[in-house]
Design a protein around this ligand. Sequence first.
Ligand code: ADP
Ligand code: ASP
Ligand code: MG
Length: 813
Amino acid sequence: MQVLKFGGSSVANAENIERVVNIIRQRSEGEKTIAVVSALGGITDILLNCGTMAAEGNEAYKEQLQVIEARHMETVKALIPVTLQSRILSYIKTQCNELEDIFNGIFLLKELSSATKDRIASYGELLSSHILVSRLLSLNADAEWKDARELIMTDSNHTAATVDSTFTNNQVYQYFSKNNHKITIIPGFIAVDSNKRTTTLGRGGSDYTAAIIAAAVNADKVEIWTDVSGMMTADPRLVPTAKAIARISYQEAMELSHFGAKVIYPPTIQPVMKKEIPVWIKNTFKPEDEGTLIESVSPHNGKNIRGISSVNEIVLLSLEGSGMIGIPGFSKRLFEALSHEKINVILITQGSSEHSICVGIEQQNANLAKQSIDKTFSPEIENGKVEPLVIESGLSVIALVGDNMKNHPGISGKMFGALGRNGVNVRAIAQGSSERNISAVILRNDVKKAVNVLHEEFFETTYKHLHLFIVGIGNVGSKLLAQLHQQQAYLQEHLRLQIKVIGIANSRNMYFDDDGINLLTWKDKIQQSEPMYIERFVENIQSKNLPNSVFADVTANEQVAHSYDSLLQRSVSVVACNKIACSSPYQYYKKLKNLSKEYNAQFLFETNVGAGLPVISSLNDLVRSGDQVNRIEAVLSGTLNFVFNHYDGSKSFAEVVKQAQTEGYTEPDPRLDLSGTDVMRKIMILARESGEKLEMEDITNHSFMPPACMQGTVADFYKEMANHEEHFLSLYKEAAEAGTKLKFVATYDNGKASVGLQQIPPQHDLYHLYGKDNVVLFYTNRYSEQPLVVKGAGAGAEVTASGVFADIIRAAR
Ligand code: ADP
Ligand code: ASP
Ligand code: MG
């Protein structure tokens, strides 16, 4: 004998019921088969909703009832030959008329008791099971219908009744030992109390019906047919890459369902576990898929974690007080108060100081729990030994489940490390002494992120997913997007990294796509997208709350630079090409560095100095490994190099500067380069990264620019430079006559920094610099005689983009 159970989606319409009929017929060929069936998908909700509407005096329930009737009628008409329809159609009509009377009664009385709710809900399963058996009979199958209410007896706790197992087992056993039909169809979910009033086994209870019957008849197996190909490593609605678990123990399945894996109703496992009846989870829509086998042993397949689940709408109750310490009986009284109100406890933690107990329960029971507990402890609350119960809402529980967790150290470390890196704040933790699960209470808003992060950590042998947000898609930004596109396959294959660009923005528009922006068509999309406001862009990142989020700033914008703190505080890593943040007052720079540590988010800005050259990363490596930087000499302006490498009097100085601007070497405002300000920022950043608390005012600037050139607009600047051509020419000639080259050099020496034009002789390390090259010489304790030299192209969109790219990858790792 075997028991099959078909859920709501499996019997949602005629087409699906036909699949179910085929499965039942094929399965029942050699074996007596009992099929338990749920209501047509969604019907239980509509029925209960009608009850609520009627009780509230809302006549709209009538239309809903018509919807219910029509859906069942249509299903029959599409499923059963016309000549055989009349009996089942008139059954549906009679049932719907009864429902109409019940709703009318509720409407008049404005009262909806739990008993009436059960009565109403029972029609869903009654209707679906009658339709299914009619279809089987129309195909001449040897099938019968049996009312579950003649088999399963419960107490009178309506909407979540408890089964009287002894009585029920006996009835079920007696019935099936005499029954000779090949197929028996039974409505799931419903039962009866000792007064013969209809009860239900709790939402999702048809699974339980199947298990109760299977245990009573000692079935060979139970098959739960649903709309997914098994119990999955995580809820597939939250984690698209979740995989079906091939085999799992009863205990693990029970834990996963207790913590929210809806695919199986938690009490289902208990009756079959006792009898060691194997349970299969199968997909009605893909019957060829293997599915999941739930059995007594936990398979050893090299995995310590079997699955991850989550329950939402949780509140945390905290009972605290100095009077609790060392006095036995406090917890007993707390749990008795909850049990008296039939409140289900999901999680318990108690600090070893015994100063407080923390209990997670469902949100809907919060008020009842508070009343009951405060009443129980009213004497202690009055004399100040215990504080009134504190309730914290808006929470969820996530749980990591696996029998083989025990004896494997490091799992909780890995779990909380991964959550911490992604800014998921953990409010409470529980690990059962069975070590079968570790659960954590977190904010409801963090659930999707947390489950994905854990899934990636424990299951994703395929890819790590990085979610990227880019502001600034001009010259450098668009090169970055092109490089990301080009490197996609390489990153997946070699770094197991999948980068999804979720949001992009320029100064006018911003565009988001949660599935990842198409890196070939983004230009068209951004033009038609919503207007850009940096606050909104940041809000979007925060509300999406995606794991492994990275924000890349490829602008030179002040406002954007001032959004980093709020991002880091949400554990979003920041990659800045923009120099403003690191060169703003030391306090802000330091704040960002601290936030990055505090919130486990990366703050990287390699391209602030020397574009893609590994200047900052080399410096960081020196400092991290205990070296000390004593002196830095550097040529850091691609623009000024270009200008002094090209200027020999044959073209005017202004023309050469213009050329540098046209070729994309300069800052948007070239005066930032020419004045030396940009170089000052860079040497300051290097000094700060060496451990020096330096401000812009502390840096001496020996500017070569006539002050008149630095006033007014950019156009005025070009005009004024032309007026001072002689000044520039004489600088050039003096240097040339001395056999030297002009370089704009930045120096940091034991706490002091300066920038200025210098005549560099041929034997000097800084002499041989061509085009837009930058060079940095680090003199440290280890590199005291000969400096550590980093040299190469220090400007240009392509190399800058690749530097940003490298930082993004660093952030991912
Ligand atoms: P039925 O109506 O067949 O009883 P349910 O809707 O009750 O089906 O349960 C199946 C659903 O459970 C799936 O569609 C899936 O969205 C959800 N689910 C949640 N967690 C899991 C999990 N770990 N594995 C499989 N399904 C899950
Ligand atoms: N129809 C009931 C419900 O929706 C029982 C079930 O489907 O298991 O909760
Ligand atoms: Mg279900």
